[in-house]
Design a protein around this ligand. Structure first.
Ligand SMILES: Cc1cc2nc3c(=O)[nH]c(=O)nc-3n(C[C@H](O)[C@H](O)[C@H](O)COP(=O)(O)OP(=O)(O)OC[C@H]3O[C@@H](n4cnc5c(N)ncnc54)[C@H](O)[C@@H]3O)c2cc1C
Length: 475
């Protein structure tokens, strides 16, 4: 896991609330629970020596191409059809650039401007609006070939045809705003340390945290309160609350019994909102052979003959992306290491669905050997996780940002909705945090405690928070 930032520009960093929350928690825990410190370390996001293996193509010398090498190769050399212009990836950036510029001028206004295109999939926007204008002499079927090649490189199989153009612009802008130099951090010893750092505060405030408690029903009572039902070790338990905050993925909520009085908009949002299903396969190796030059280890020769520390290799083989760890800097490459051999999402992830964990390891190793020529375990497949319910993180479909996101945010029947899927920065930790702040605001304002809200809003923690609420009239 990684979090991007723009150096020295917290005002422009969409993820600033993550860093400010870490800072806040570290200060809170410093005296009594220093072992809870969340330590940020650099994350190596891109690496010119990482590899590029598509269409079974190697360099004319027979070496596996590095990403750096592939960027300077003609599309023909990369095994792509003649209909695709050499600058096809630049064209993709050109299509999105005006929207990035608007978002950078003012994110909320940029979002309002962008939402005008919410009736477009990324595919239809590129085909009917953009390519027609910039490549008017191409045959209609050429547009399809060009868009498929863009999709394969940029976001993964089927993503452009299925999800909305607005989602794609927001996802890429949130990921790595091309107008700025992006740096990356990750959390030393894993992202789980972030939620764990809240525990001392929860304990101090005497909040009753219940683990292994699977909620399955919310019932509205005559007195307006909400009864929450859950299962704990096979026992059915319930308790009554004045207000309830739901922060659970919608694939799980879809199975719950909910108050019958929830609005049509809310019920539609819960049922319809699109999600992405990712897949990750980790394998442990006795030594980190990928960090050494291939000529030293006997791995497949590459056009740079340089070892790979951090960054990602890309391929059209089923593993799609190999992510090289950033965690072992200054540790000898002869020591063991864990490699994220396959990271993919959407249709690319589904191809692993029918296989057992052992079979997924075998398949991943086969592809890895094709690229690295070396072999030597853990697979995480989100659709099979019951706490996710087939909905690992949101990625809105055509028309859904305009019609569903506002409805999803809106509190109804003393039930408030948060989680990454209820924020415009869906799919990111910052989306979950943003939405939590929005819900605190809702509850304080509902209880006529606007003074408390403004006090909170003016605190250091919220200096750069922006819920972009004006973009959602529905809210
Ligand atoms: C593969 C992958 C890679 C990612 N990479 C990044 C990244 O690099 N950077 C980044 O910032 N973000 C990343 N994210 C996104 C980030 O992890 C999420 O946005 C964030 O965790 C969402 O937080 P949340 O609180 O909304 O939901 P979750 O973290 O999903 O929390 C939902 C909670 O609900 C609980 N729950 C489920 N069912 C029930 C039930 N019936 N009753 C009670 N509780 C229930 C679950 O146990 C869980 O604790 C990634 C996500 C995935 C899946």
């Amino acid at each position: 896991m990684k979090v991007p930032y723009i150096k020295d520009r917290p005002d422009l960093s969409q993820h600033q609330l993550v860093f400010d929350t870490i800072d806040y928690l570290n200060k809170y825990n410093k005296k009594d629970d220093p072992n809870r410190e969340v330590k940020l370390i650099p994350y190596i996001f891109s690496n010119p020596n990482a590899l590029y293996y598509f269409n079974n193509k190697k360099a004319p010398s027979g070496e596996i191409m590095t990403r750096n090498y592939s960027e300077n190769a003609a599309v023909k050399q990369l095994g792509l059809p003649d209909a695709i212009p050499d600058n096809y990836l630049d064209l993709f950036n050109d299509a999105l650039q005006p929207f990035f510029d608007e978002l950078d001028k003012n994110f909320t206004n940029g979002l309002i401007y962008l939402k005008r295109y919410d009736h477009h999939s990324t595919y239809s926007y590129l085909r009917e609006v953009f390519l027609l204008k910039v490549l008017p002499s191409k045959k209609p079927q050429d547009y399809d070939i060009i868009i498929s090649a863009m999709e394969e490189q940029e976001l993964g199989t089927g993503v452009f045809r299925h999800y909305s153009f607005v989602s794609t612009v927001i996802e890429i802008h949130t990921f790595s705003d091309p107008n700025y130099d992006i740096s990356w951090n990750t959390i030393d010893k894993g992202m789980q340390r972030l939620p764990n750092a809240f525990l001392p505060m929860i304990k101090k405030e005497n909040i009753n945290l219940k683990y292994n408690s699977e909620v399955y029903k919310l019932e509205k009572r005559n007195d307006g309160k909400i009864e929450v039902f859950w299962k704990n070790n096979g026992n059915m338990v319930s308790e009554i609350f004045d207000r309830v905050i739901v922060a659970v993925p919608l694939g799980v909520v879809r199975h719950w019994d909910l108050p019958l009085t929830l609005s049509y908009g809310k019920r539609s949002a819960i049922r319809e909102m699109d999600y992405v299903l990712p897949e990750k396969i980790f394998l442990q190796f006795k030594s980190r052979f990928w960090e050494k030059p291939p000529s030293e280890t006997g791995a497949n020769p590459t056009t740079s003959d340089v070892g790979i520390v951090g960054g990602s290799s890309f391929t059209d083989l089923t593993i799609r992306t190999i992510v090289y760890p950033s965690y072992y800097v200054n540790i000898s490459a002869d020591k063991p290491g864990i490699l994220l051999v396959s990271y993919s999402w959407s249709r690319d992830a589904l191809v692993f669905g029918q296989f057992s964990e052992e079979e997924r390891f075998e398949l991943a190793l086969k592809d890895l050997a094709t690229i690295h020529g070396k072999e030597n375990n853990k697979a995480k497949y989100w659709p099979a996780d019951r706490t996710v319910g087939g909905s690992a993180y949101a990625y809105y479909g055509v028309g859904q940002i305009e019609t569903l996101l506002g409805a999803m945010m809106r509190p109804e029947e003393s039930i408030h909705w948060c989680g990454e899927h209820t924020d415009i920065h869906f799919g990111w930790t910052v989306g979950a945090l943003n939405s939590a702040i929005r819900v605190v605001r809702e509850i304080l304002l509902d209880n006529l405690m606007s003074d408390k809200w403004f006090e909170f809003k003016n605190s250091r923690l919220l200096k750069y928070w922006n819920g972009n609420l004006e973009a959602f009239e529905d809210h």
